[in-house]
Write a protein that binds this ligand. Structure first.
Ligand SMILES: [Zn+2]
Ligand SMILES: [Zn+2]
Length: 425
């Protein structure tokens, strides 16, 4: 009896992260619900940041708030060793929740135009935060399993691609220990809860946006010969842009050019003076990126010149989000611990995507990073959603919601195991 008691006591003390997560869902799920019900838009995450700061402090971390806006940094030192940084994001989206859940967000705010919009954690950043709090507690309760320093960051404005850069500009790596590794996860709307997906190398794309004004000379729609028609020129331009992908790019190097907006003209019989175009460019390789950006400029100028139009204005947005490059050596180092924590069949390789994530800033800052995706939909529900060849609601959809228990179990188990693997005594 006594031996059994000792055995139980020692296993409880050194519990595996997934068991620990399961046992602690009773406090973590309410935290998730609270965060989900009080979403805040990018750069306005004041209450969310305060709640996380309070949770990290309670877990024994040294906490600094207001880093790069609403960012939070929590540090736990545990002797000499490497430094691992774990990142969550704080912000929600201007989406009106339509999940019908009892804990759905009812938050409404006024947008810039003055109209009411709903706010929702439609990208699962509330899951990321709850995972981080769980992992923070796990690491603090299991200090015998690791040595070194854990730096937790909760960053603002991921959805604007700004928060990671703002925190670095505010001295993230000068005021706090510079990490040897950085880890993060992102929820997935089409992977089963309990599983994680990974991709070594380039996993998410670099994201550039460009604003282009194609200029013409306006006039009467019945007298095109007295005008230079910017709609005609813009149409040629939009079509010609795709030749940068189909003819000028090595087919084995991924890249996307999308013209997401084109605004011109007021009326059928008026030729306008100008057209405004908004373009997104997604690439992995920096050389491919440079060639495509130059190519877009060249094409815009050439089309204007061929029609005798004024030179177009081309503005590349400063908010460039670099690609997420999962350091292959780091992925190799961590994978066995993830397989051990979740089971072999629950760690699956996934293709890279052309979506962007400002976690790529840390790749750019030359820190070895690994970001994996976290399954959040229970098998039965996912099967049902995929019936008849349909897709499950994607992230950013008003219908997306995770099955929170198993999502947190795998999230906390993966983050904790990976961190302990990197900080092995
Ligand atoms: Zn998002
Ligand atoms: Zn996101």
């Amino acid at each position: 009896m006594k031996t059994l008691f000792l055995l139980l006591a020692s296993t409880a003390f050194a519990s595996a992260p997934s068991d620990w997560a399961k046992q602690n869902l009773k406090t973590l799920v309410p935290l998730y619900h609270a965060l989900h019900q009080a979403p805040e838009l990018s750069n306005q995450e004041t209450n969310t940041a305060a709640r996380l700061a309070q949770e990290f402090k309670a877990a024994g971390y040294e906490v600094t708030t207001g880093v790069g806006g609403t960012g939070v940094v929590a540090v736990l030192k545990n002797g000499a060793g490497k430094t691992a940084m774990l990142r969550t994001d704080l912000d929600a989206l201007p989406v009106t929740e339509n999940t019908g859940l009892s804990y759905a967000s009812k938050v409404q705010v006024k947008n810039k135009a003055g109209s009411e919009v709903g706010v929702m954690h439609a990208c699962g950043h509330d899951v990321h935060m709850t995972n981080m709090v769980g992992t923070a507690r796990y690491l603090a309760e299991h200090k015998a399993d690791w040595k070194g320093t854990v730096v937790l960051i909760a960053q603002p404005a991921e959805e604007l691609g700004e928060g990671a850069a703002a925190m670095m500009k505010d001295g993230l790596f000068k005021r706090f220990p510079r990490p040897d590794y950085a880890l993060a996860l992102h929820v997935s709307g089409d992977l089963e809860a309990g599983k994680i997906g990974y991709h070594a190398g380039y996993a998410m794309a670099a994201d550039d946006s460009m604003d282009i004004t194609m200029k013409g000379r306006g006039g009467h729609g019945a007298s095109p010969h007295l005008t230079v028609d910017p709609i005609y020129l813009s149409s040629l331009f939009v079509v010609d842009l795709q030749s940068l992908i189909s003819r000028e790019r090595n087919p084995l190097e991924p890249a996307v050019i999308t013209v997401g907006a084109m605004h011109c003209g007021t009326k059928a019989n008026i030729i306008s003076d100008a057209c405004e175009l908004q373009v997104t460019v997604r690439t992995f390789d920096p050389d491919v990126r440079a060639r495509i950006l130059k190519g877009i400029e060249r094409k815009a100028k050439a089309i204007a010149q061929s029609a005798g139009a004024p030179e177009p204005t081309i503005r590349l947005s400063d908010v460039f989000v670099p690609a997420v490059y999962n350091e292959p050596a780091l992925v190799d180092k961590i994978l066995p611990s993830l397989r051990k924590a979740l089971g072999d069949k629950n760690v699956v390789e996934k293709p890279a995507v052309m979506g962007a994530e400002d976690f790529g800033r840390f790749s750019e800052a030359k820190i070895p990073v690994f970001m994996w995706t976290l399954g959040t939909i229970e098998t039965k529900r996912l099967k049902k959603m995929n019936e008849g060849g349909k897709n499950a609601p994607s992230l950013h959809s008003a219908l997306y919601y995770p099955d929170i228990g198993p999502s947190l179990e795998a999230g906390i188990a993966s983050l904790s195991s990976a961190t302990i693997e990197l900080l092995k005594p």
